[in-house]
Design a protein around this ligand. Structure first.
Ligand SMILES: [Zn+2]
Length: 56
């Protein structure tokens, strides 16, 4: 049972939860913050208004 569980965990990690891209698309009018999944307007900002993540 424990071995099976470990195998599953490994599979989940490999198939992978980082489903969405880590980069926000600032060429688009709106983008989604990869950290908190908030959608916001890209015009005039390089930070997520929700969590403050700086996209530089
Ligand atoms: Zn955010």
């Amino acid at each position: 049972m424990q071995v099976h569980e470990r195998y599953l965990t490994r599979m989940v990690r490999r198939e992978g939860l980082p489903v969405h891209d880590r980069q926000a698309d600032f060429d688009a009018e709106e983008t989604t913050c990869p950290a908190c999944m908030t959608t916001f307007q890209t015009a005039g900002t390089s930070r997520c208004p929700e969590c403050g993540l700086n996209f530089g």
